[in-house]
Design a binder for this molecule. Structure first.
Ligand code: FES
Length: 166
């Protein structure tokens, strides 16, 4: 069976053959897939966005923290501990890509990529590149304490009323 002359002319006069068209569609789909994958990779590698909230916040008074106590400030992603030596605050933001770590017995676990930190915030398992941040605690004129989430202090720095370390 022969192709009617009319269709032959359309096919021959068309600037793009069916094969070319399908090749272009395949190339376009491959480029789209690659683009989507690249966008996904870029989003994956960016830290989680944090809400723009004041970085300094009140945590109460030293007496509010009996020795051995701890308190999590979920919205601030900070945990405050009290031990015999004083009060200290640690960031709960993973140093890998910014996920919030969860407090476990004697350690912190990151749910995103599996980093683990010991009770002092030191990295026990990667990919986190550095320890959790210890944050500055200050006493205000009214006796209340505040934490500055933008001011890191050396690991082990503790605040107490006698020597006001931190
Ligand atoms: S954000 Fe990647 S391990 Fe915590």
């Amino acid at each position: 069976m022969s192709i009617p002359e009319t269709f032959k002319n359309v096919e021959e006069s068309s600037p793009m053959s069916r094969r070319d068209f399908l090749g272009l569609v395949a190339a376009w789909m491959a480029a789209s897939s690659l683009g989507c994958a690249l966008i996904g990779l870029m989003k994956f590698s960016m830290p989680a966005l944090l809400p723009d909230i004041p970085k300094t916040f009140k945590i109460g008074r030293l007496e509010d923290y009996p020795i051995g106590s701890e308190k999590i400030f979920e919205e601030r992603k900070v945990i405050v501990f009290r031990d015999q030596e004083g009060l200290y605050a640690m960031s709960l933001i993973c140093t890998h890509l910014g996920c919030t770590v969860s407090k476990q017995v004697g350690q912190f676990d990151c749910p995103c990529h599996g980093s683990k930190f010991d009770a002092m915030g030191r990295v026990k398992a990667g990919p986190a590149p550095k320890p959790l941040s210890w944050l500055k605690i200050s006493q205000l004129p009214d006796g209340k304490l505040d934490v500055n989430a933008m001011r890191e202090v050396p690991m082990g720095t503790k605040f107490n009323i006698q020597n006001r370390v931190g």
